[in-house]
Design a protein around this ligand. Sequence first.
Ligand code: AMP
Ligand code: ZN
Length: 677
Amino acid sequence: MVEREAELAIQRLRQEISRHNRLYYEENQAEISDGAYDQLVMELTRLENEYPALKRKDSPTNTVGGRPSGTLKSVVFDEPVLSLGNLHNVDELQDFYHRTAALLGDENPRFCSELKIDGLSVVVNYDNGHLVRGATRGDGHQGEDVTMNLLAIADIPRALKFPVTVELRGEVYMSRHGLDVLNQQRSRAGQALFANPRNAAAGSLRQLDPEVTRERHLSAFFYEIRDGAKALGITSQSEALKSLTRWGLPVEHHWALAESFGDLVQFIERWAIERHTLDFDTDGLVLKLDNLEAHTIVGQTQKAPRWAMAYKFPPEEVLTEIHDIVVSVGRTGVLTPTALLKPVQLAGTTVARASLHNWDIIRERDIRIGDFVFVRKAGEIIPEVVRVETELRPTGALPYAIPTACPECGSEVMRMAGESAYRCTGGMGCPAQLRESVIHFASRDAMDIDGLGEKTVDLLLESQLIRTVADLYHLTREDLLKLPRFGEVLSDKLIAGIDASRHRSLTRLLFGLGIRFVGSRVASLLASYFGDLEALMSASQEELEAVPDVGERIAASVVEFMAQPVNREVLARLVAQGVNVQEREAQKPLTRRPLEGQTLVLTGTFEHWNRREAEAFVTDLGGRVATSVSNQTAIVVVGEKPGESKVAKATSLNVKMMREQEFLAWVANLPIAPETS
Ligand code: AMP
Ligand code: ZN
């Protein structure tokens, strides 16, 4: 390679690495695996060594990467917080071992081997046993102050059992189980899922609200005394780990001492397999010289210590075939593609599906049905398609086209401005969205309807017993007994469950409605601020934005939801059915229903309801349905093909007639909450 070419290659690599650093550290959205990233850095290091004239001080090979995100207060470290060098195979391990042995003049240096926790690195100071400061690593010179957030993590003690003054390093992480729970909640709330525990941990820590950190159930492990060990008479890494444990700090307990090179190899072989049984992600081992004095002897480079190395496990990837791509439609209409694979063994489990995450990935990686692809467990949990083996592409495989119509209801599919998601525009007319929203309404954190699981929701929808969540409150024992599998016990249980849900708080109701961006927390803010549904329904954008922590986006979403006639109708019917709409659960009796005392006549067929539903709708709101028009009739609701005689009679008696749509809009705008005296 001539020097000019090398220069260009180096420039490209530096740019690329910086971009990945930004994605990883600032946006919490890594695009490539650690392995691939390391390869880029290795290639750059190799070129820089070959052409020393092209070395630069600000090259990513000299900096840890990433800068603080700017929203949190920054912390400047006295001593740089180092990263770790990587080893990828036994040959590299052997080199490192011999190099270190030679530096120390000790043939068999003792190593402390620890699991490398895949989370977010933090530096924490305890002063006389009290936690006084916590920071992220940032770029190694300057991090972010996350003291308040760290205090919200249950694993991290505010006070130690001994009044020591030390600066520690540790890792904040999210357990696999914790991520599953969080992602389930997020999926119910219509929020984007975290791809892996590392992103989830970083996103939960590097933000301004300690309450958010608390809710996310993060954990932590401590593994290093950065400052203060000497004063305490601690002379080895293994003693340090024992001390941390004694002080009451969480320490990952699978660490072990290696007395020889053979021990190290054994640990590596063992953990390459056993790591899959842990409830947290680990992508390698960290091998540290045990003797702390030896650390000063071997020293460090600008970026990493020479007394420790990360031994990275190879990312597990397997080749398999995509036999189909299926698209599912979520509660908020978001279309999610999933690849169906020829089943393969991967990291101890059989994998038959892989997440494609989003449509951009399908396009960028040009993933097609019939392709042979490499699949990997991203963040060790969700298998993902890494890349296509284009050499093996079957002839005739076409680029995968993003659906223009919803696979469930055929409605048009749109991409919202500024979002990578495509959505079905069918709303509650889309069976998939309706199904998901009823399930969400009944779920534990929402209305918590006992006896209403997914299967039952399917049955109710198939048998057309319900069209909206309001219909749930109309169900009778007799309705349910007609359903397959539904005996008296199940029917009574469900009726009781629905009944009990009438008394839930407004917070739960709001959350259950599935308004975009209104998760449990926002629902609770809104409910306690406005106190009852009616106040919230009539709140303007500005009034909503006045609620602490409610921004423009949430406010706009609430206004939009409340403005839609279908939603207003559902709310009106819920109120009429005695569903509590106040934040305090003590419910005032309904003193007024909008159609109270009015007699209506229905004629013709309706788009929105069958006859039974239309009658239920009127009676729910306090009205009475009569079969013939008289001067007692308040309104005649006219559907398609109305009875001619009824229309004629109404005309002659000058009774108000309304078309279905008009009637709905009118009802939707009637006040719905009980009048307060
Ligand atoms: P890397 O981010 O790939 O450079 O790996 C280095 C990082 O591993 C460190 O910055 C620590 O945040 C993290 N790490 C996780 N577990 C340990 C451990 N037991 N000892 C040292 N570093 C660890
Ligand atoms: Zn649809």
